[in-house]
Design a protein around this ligand. Structure first.
Ligand code: PXG
Length: 445
């Protein structure tokens, strides 16, 4: 092995294998940030770049907010780490209580993980263990959805439905998984403002095809993102999620909302479940809980499910699951700082005020070259371009690189460009974001 090369002040890029990145392309022309504050990054060359994606759909309170920074600083010097395995420290209890207060009524219990991927695995395992405790051990199957994204662990990619995430691992996927169709239908619903009017019947596939095929008594849970994010920002048709809920309830199947992106104010309420007025059985969260500052994720659990574990006959550990860092002090301190900031600034409902100007801005991109769809809900949105012949994804990636060069960070997903600004955004930030995007789209052939 070669030791790392000293490069005389130049940063050596070779040794960090970057996640979800075209490493070779990046290392030829790196994009590097040095610091961040509020809505903006400062690059290593000293340029300001507007963060139009809350970085990776997570910095909901904006960057380096004082309460978050202070909480982390203080915690690091006070209690760096204490396990939560049969040992307690106050912070995870406090954060769980705060999250329970924000969660839909009846969902008062929180299990901590370090990431969204772990939250998804935790929720799936919880569903299996719950059914077993409930005398229904045959319920072992999971139903996901095409284009769903549930993190990168093996169970998460198994219920997930983004082909590129699954292809290389196809032989090792969790068995017993089926998928509902995704909800995008450009022929009927392109350029819908908010939820598409058509497509509620897509939910009926669960009852008409999936349940008869596998047997309700063999299905543990259905997992969906209320609005799918990494699959390209797909907004559910009106009535669709309600119908999934009705069908799951009718057949004793748990409904898991993966709110890793939609949680913590993205749609104008703390959780999407509240925006849609639907109670899932389990909610997974991550990202926004600390406003991206320290890794933390978890599962919010409906009280009947929690009670099944706590009332299990005999004593002992109720759920054989947990991560070394479940409830890590630093992450919990960061969460307290973020939750305080959200509360003081009304950020968890602020997307309601911004939703209309945001929607108008996204839809003003209709008519830009190659744009075949504009879609939005709350403070999440995307435009989609027709693929360049023979080069799918190339247009969106070019748009992303050009937006970056002009000082705006957005995310390319296939042929879509996604927008998801921090919840502290003001009208002027939206203007900046979308005027740069419009300018760039005019140059993408
Ligand atoms: N569920 C959902 C709905 C997510 O959006 C995860 C689970 C996994 O979370 P962690 O913390 O394990 O990454 C996510 C994460 C993209 C992109 O391409 C999106 C995510 C992660 C990486 C890339 O937009 N979302």
């Amino acid at each position: 092995m070669n030791p790392p090369q000293a490069t005389g002040g130049m940063l050596e890029l070779e040794h960090f294998w970057m996640p979800f990145t075209d490493n070779r392309r990046f290392k030829r022309a790196p994009r590097m940030v040095a610091s961040a504050s509020g809505m903006y990054y400062t690059t290593t060359e000293g340029r300001q770049v507007l963060d139009g994606l809350a970085t990776l759909w997570c910095v909901n309170a904006g960057h380096c907010r004082p309460k978050v920074v202070e909480a982390i600083r203080k915690q690091a010097g006070e209690l760096d780490f204490a396990s939560a395995f049969s040992l307690g420290h106050p912070l995870p209890f406090k954060v769980a209580e705060r999250i329970a207060e924000l969660a839909p009524a009846g969902m008062g219990y929180v299990f901590f993980t370090n990431s969204g991927s772990e939250a998804v695995d935790t929720a799936l395992k919880m569903a299996l263990a719950y059914h077993r405790l409930n005398g229904q051990a045959s319920r072992t199957r999971f139903i996901g959805r095409e284009r769903g994204y549930h993190g990168v662990n093996l169970a998460g990619i198994s219920v997930g439905g983004v082909p590129a995430m699954r292809k290389a691992y196809s032989g090792a996927l969790t068995p017993g998984v089926d998928h509902l169709r995704h909800t995008q239908d450009l022929a009927k619903s392109a350029f819908s403002r908010g939820q598409p009017a058509l497509g509620v019947e897509l939910a009926d596939e669960l009852e008409q095809r999936v349940i008869p095929l596998h047997g309700a008594e063999n299905i543990a849970a259905v997992i969906v993102e209320p609005v799918s994010g990494a699959g390209g920002v797909l907004v559910p048709p009106r009535g669709y999620l309600e119908r999934l809920r009705e069908i799951c309830t009718r057949h004793g199947i748990l409904l898991i909302f993966d709110e890793v992106i939609t949680g913590f104010g993205r749609l104008g309420q703390p959780f999407a479940a509240q925006v849609f007025g639907i109670q899932p059985d389990l909610i997974t969260f991550a990202k926004g809980v600390t406003s991206g500052s320290v890794p933390l994720g978890g599962v919010i659990v409906e009280q009947g499910i929690h009670a099944a574990f706590m009332n299990a006959p005999g004593g002992g550990v109720e759920f054989f699951h947990g991560y070394t860092y479940s409830g890590h002090p630093l992450a919990c301190a960061a969460a307290m700082g973020a939750l305080d900031t959200y509360a003081e600034e009304g950020l968890l409902t602020r997307a309601r005020e911004l939703a209309k100007p945001f929607e108008d801005a996204v839809h003003a991109l209709k008519g830009s070259p190659n744009v075949i769809d504009c879609r939005n809900l709350g403070l999440i949105g995307a435009i989609e371009m027709s693929p360049r012949p023979g080069a799918p994804g190339a247009r969106a990636f070019e748009a992303f690189e050009k937006c970056w060069a002009k000082g705006v960070f957005v995310r390319p997903i296939g042929d879509s460009v996604a927008f998801c600004p921090p919840l502290i955004a003001e009208k002027k930030h939206l203007d900046e974001m979308f005027s740069v995007t419009a300018e760039v789209l005019r140059t993408v052939a």
